[in-house]
Design a protein around this ligand. Sequence first.
Ligand SMILES: *[C@@H]1O[C@H](CO)[C@@H](O)[C@H](O)[C@H]1NC(C)=O
Ligand SMILES: *[C@@H]1O[C@H](CO)[C@@H](O)[C@H](O)[C@H]1NC(C)=O
Ligand SMILES: *[C@@H]1O[C@H](CO)[C@@H](O)[C@H](O)[C@H]1NC(C)=O
Ligand SMILES: *[C@@H]1O[C@H](CO)[C@@H](O)[C@H](O)[C@H]1NC(C)=O
Ligand SMILES: *[C@@H]1O[C@H](CO)[C@@H](O)[C@H](O)[C@H]1NC(C)=O
Length: 848
Amino acid sequence: MSRNLLLGFLFLLTLNLHQALASLLAIDYGSEWIKASLMKPGVPFDVLLNKDSKRKIQSSVGWKNDDRLFGSDAYNLASRFPTDSFNFLKYLQGVPFDSEAVSYYATLSSADTVKSSRNTISLRRSDGTEWTVEELIAMQFSYVKELAESVAGEKVTDVVVTVPPFYTQAERDAVVDAIEIAGLRTLALVNDGTAVAVNYAMTRTFPEPEVHIIYDAGASAIRTTLVEFSTVESTGKGKPKSYTQVNVLSSGFDRRSGGTELDRRLVKILVEDFMNKNQIDITKDKRAMSKFRKEANRLKAILSANSEAVSTIESAYKDIDYRGRIKRSQFETAASDLKVRFVIPLHTCLAKAGLTFENITSVILTGGASRTPMIQQAVRSTAGEDKVAVNVNADEAAVLGAGFYGAGLSRQFKTKEIKVSDVYMYDIQASYTTVPKGGGSPKTITSTIFPPSSNTGSKKTLTFKRKDDFSIKLLYKKIPFIDHSQEVVEAKIGGVAEAIANLTEQGVFEPVIKTTIALSESGFVSISDAIAVGEVKQDSIKDKIKGLFGGGSSDPPSPTSTSTDSEPTVLTDESTTVDDTPKPLGAEISVPLTIDFEFGPTPPMTAEEKRAARTRLREIDNIEGSKRRTEEARNNLESYLYKLRDLLSDDSETPFTKCSQPGERSAIQNKLEETLAWMHDEADNADTKQFLEKLSGLEGLERPIAHRYREIEEFPKALNDSQMWNWSSRLFITEAKQNLTAEAEGGPPARYTQAEIDALEKVLKEHEAWLAEWVAKQRQVPMNQDPVILTSEMRARAKTLENHLQKLWKKKAPSKKKSKGSQGSTSGAPSETATPGNDKGQKSHDEL
Ligand SMILES: *[C@@H]1O[C@H](CO)[C@@H](O)[C@H](O)[C@H]1NC(C)=O
Ligand SMILES: *[C@@H]1O[C@H](CO)[C@@H](O)[C@H](O)[C@H]1NC(C)=O
Ligand SMILES: *[C@@H]1O[C@H](CO)[C@@H](O)[C@H](O)[C@H]1NC(C)=O
Ligand SMILES: *[C@@H]1O[C@H](CO)[C@@H](O)[C@H](O)[C@H]1NC(C)=O
Ligand SMILES: *[C@@H]1O[C@H](CO)[C@@H](O)[C@H](O)[C@H]1NC(C)=O
């Protein structure tokens, strides 16, 4: 894809705006790398660079003693401070402490995992402090937020974050919690394959519908997204428009067969080799394991291009080095069981949609691990060589697509119109207990609300005949992944008896309970609304109205009431809202019910917990900020001291020596020595204020010297300025007098009266007198003495003269000049005389 074309195109589009806009951040948060993009009017839409101008940032945070580090700085800490470097945190989002994820994680990282108060995972630093996964990821989001803000030049709050399509509710909650702790606002979560599809559609048109598979091989997982692209002509009123429709049909995945799993296989080879050679078990040694992991990651890249690689790790374990030679074939054998797992997701997504490879145009490879030969070969041999396409940027397609997707949602940006319809991967069921009639035992009823591949952004209504409070559980049909809970959420519907009584009292016949179950665009399932509702018993007036509508039966609302309460009836989704069926006004009344949620074994953070986490992060931000300011103040002072030292030690005729007196120089010398000594002895414990005080103490001594030099530099310019106005005024007076004389001799009427000319002449004379006197005095002042007149005063006086002249000029031919309309002081000035440098322009000169 042509990057330039794409960026230019977006740049134009984003400029076409009609309201005040906020910047929009997109984050593609991977288990190994973070990519981010910023959309802001006037800023070319692109991937954000980190402080080292890299286009991707390692998904790491860590501490070196008290210094918090991010990106590769944090990642590289692992071999020396294995329990202070936090990587691969994505594996730990939204999972319970006692889970496969935690034991798998232990093979990727030597960090200490502990149980959080919510039964999820925290990580423990070497100093004993514990941080939840959400907090650590929030720190990384915050870091990205700061990068974005430095590019945007303003606060950035709205964010779109990519998630794998297989993310469960608990995992999505963990992402949103981290976003909020970071002080960001979730505009949306978007499935990563969907984001890539949007990126693919950004620069393409689809005269004929096309179906593609986005094959995304990331560090942690493989996922596939089957997508149909088409161009839809919308035939509304006015100009015909068309937009691109991106329809996600299905998806597939393998959570544990990405690039990191390949690393693990390599680690095993290397570590076993080392242990065989040295007859030591190092698998429990955190430092050693961290070193081998880092090395495996490096080797994997080499083996992608070479059939053999040499590995060297200095002091791999204690002081024993490791040297080994790894063949690609050895690596491939160790990973041979993965080959089938690389391609199962392809078959899954096709099968779900009832399609075969024949029905698709291409398999679009994306994700960092899609470059691995083993993975590419597996895909090529399964899908067919001619089907595999490498036509999106494997690293950046998702984050650019996510940014574009967010821009479409926020409706603030005018972009190419792409409509996206996504699906949810899991079946969602509702389960509740019946109230048996006549004393039988209660039954649990479970029914499917959203079958697999239901569209996100849809709603269903469930209707119940209940007299008392009850609860509804939302469940996955099957456990989504080992150790994940089947339960999504339990909603307790309250206030039922009161509401029913209320409605009955108002004359409602057989009120029912309606609950709305929502599947949001971001893939969250929830009960969004619950009401008691029913139709008021007919009276004569209502009967008449009913008659008009041809209804008029006494049937209670819709199909619902005919069913017993043993089965909920799914009445509607968003597109056909039952409440909109024509009814006489006021016939149906409702009372809202309360909904209390109970979460499964890994609940999302409460608002209070998030606030506390946010405060905690802000505190370390503040401490770091103040440390940074102290360091800055110290650096500023230090470089100032060196500058002064250089000035003092230069024996040649520098401006500094010319403009200073010996006494001044020795005073600076003394203070400099004193400050240098202080720096040496006390700077390490000093605070910002002390550094600033030392700095301003020295600056106070240097300032008069710098001031003299500046004045000497400025003087000729200020004088020229004054003389130019002096000269202009003289010219003007001469001409005006001539015109007056000409008028007296019968010529055309003069524009200025004698009185006006005299007044200007008076001001001019004063100006000249002052200038002559003080310029003469100033010329006597030696360079190392303070000036007797300031250039600022010279300019102020010239300004007085200028203003007087301007006023007269403005009087001249006012009607002709009016259309120009500008109020600048030179607007009406005749060109040949009017442009001596005015107050703008040259200000200060270099300091000494
Ligand atoms: C998929 O391809 C098969 C074989 O070419 C064809 O019979 C079928 O109609 C296609 N299905 C769709 C939905 O295009
Ligand atoms: C019924 O509920 C409505 C709205 O919730 C309330 O305004 C009204 O006072 C209630 N009536 C009775 C009789 O409780
Ligand atoms: C003098 O008269 C000429 C000709 O009318 C005119 O262009 C010029 O602006 C006048 N100058 C002043 C200072 O009045
Ligand atoms: C003002 O300008 C006139 C004419 O150019 C010049 O003769 C005179 O010396 C100037 N006066 C001063 C103080 O610069
Ligand atoms: C004085 O100012 C004028 C107009 O800005 C400029 O053209 C001229 O070179 C200046 N002369 C000196 C000596 O700075």
